[in-house]
Ligand binder design. Structure first.
Ligand code: NAP
Length: 259
């Protein structure tokens, strides 16, 4: 029996990348999955892929919902649909993310607001909408995506602030929600091969393979991460095996931040 049998998991930004990798793993372990992403069509297509995945149990359910996590009305509607269509909500993964990199002196107010809006306000709104269900049922798992960039990364003042903010948010919710049977943790990935890092290579004018090779050399494990690396840690932290772990940020980065 899978670790998420009978559970409904909501994953934001899950049409691709780390979110889709995590959705795939959760579905394979028996979860009904709601894929939330900006583009409803892309979310629906991802949900369809989850249901036809040979690694998933027969009859696994998945739905795709178009929503902007930084918009309160959109979030309320999305969480309402999850509960109505999948019959509840037990796990929330706040994964949706964007980058608008620039050195501080060139960073616009919009670049700041957009990044803080999706990562921090988005996690806040989604968590607030989900927690009322979690508290009522005395059960819930919340996982937030931070980043090694939380520790500081040139050109990412907005993203770094948001990702360190996510860690403070995680610790505080660990304190507030623990008494209600709710675990709140974060994962801080290092370099993961997704469209987000592909776009960074393009912006820097570096060939993709070269960019990945350079990033692989920058950690002791000597490879870049894949969405499956994050999905494996996410599945553990959102499972009942991790019920004594809360408020923590797990760095999944091939040792890149070890110094
Ligand atoms: P990705 O491939 O760019 O996927 C992010 C997804 O989030 C996209 O489908 C995007 O939709 C969606 N999204 C963006 N804004 C949204 C919003 N307002 N509402 C709903 N969905 C939204 O990124 P990823 O690499 O998988 O990253 C996933 C998470 O891990 C992010 O939080 C990221 O910061 C974090 N992370 C990634 C890495 C890495 O190396 N890849 C490292 C550390 C942390 P659109 O395509 O329509 O914009």
């Amino acid at each position: 029996m899978g670790r998420f049998e009978g559970r409904v998991a909501v994953i934001t930004g899950a049409a691709r990348g780390i979110g889709f990798g995590t959705a795939t793993r959760f579905a394979q372990e028996g979860a009904s999955v709601a894929v939330i992403d900006l583009d409803e069509q892309a979310a629906g297509a991802a949900a369809a892929r989850l249901m036809s995945d040979e690694g998933a149990p027969e009859g696994v359910r998945a739905i795709g919902i178009g929503a902007d996590v930084s918009d309160a009305a959109s979030v309320a509607a999305a969480v309402g649909r999850v509960v109505a269509e999948l019959g509840g909500i037990h796990v929330l993964v706040n994964n949706a993310g964007i980058t608008r990199d620039n050195l501080l002196f060139k960073m616009s107010e919009d670049d700041w607001d957009l990044v803080l809006g999706v990562h921090l306000k988005g996690a806040f709104l989604m968590t607030k909408a989900a927690q009322q269900h979690f508290v009522a049922q005395r059960y819930g798992k919340i996982l937030n995506l931070s980043s090694t960039s939380a520790l500081g990364n040139r050109g990412q003042a907005n993203y770094s602030a948001a990702k360190m903010g996510v860690q403070g948010f995680t610790r505080t919710l660990g304190i507030e929600l623990g008494p209600f049977g709710i675990n709140v943790n974060a994962i801080a990935p290092g370099f993961i091969a997704t469209e987000m890092t592909d776009a960074t290579a393009a912006r820097l004018g570096i060939e993709l393979e070269e960019f990945r090779r350079l990033n692989a050399e920058a950690n002791p494990v000597r490879r870049v991460g894949q969405p499956e690396d994050i999905a494996a840690a996410a599945a553990f932290l959102c499972s009942d095996e991790a019920s004594y772990i809360t408020g923590q940020t797990l760095y999944v980065d091939g040792g890149a931040t070890l110094g």
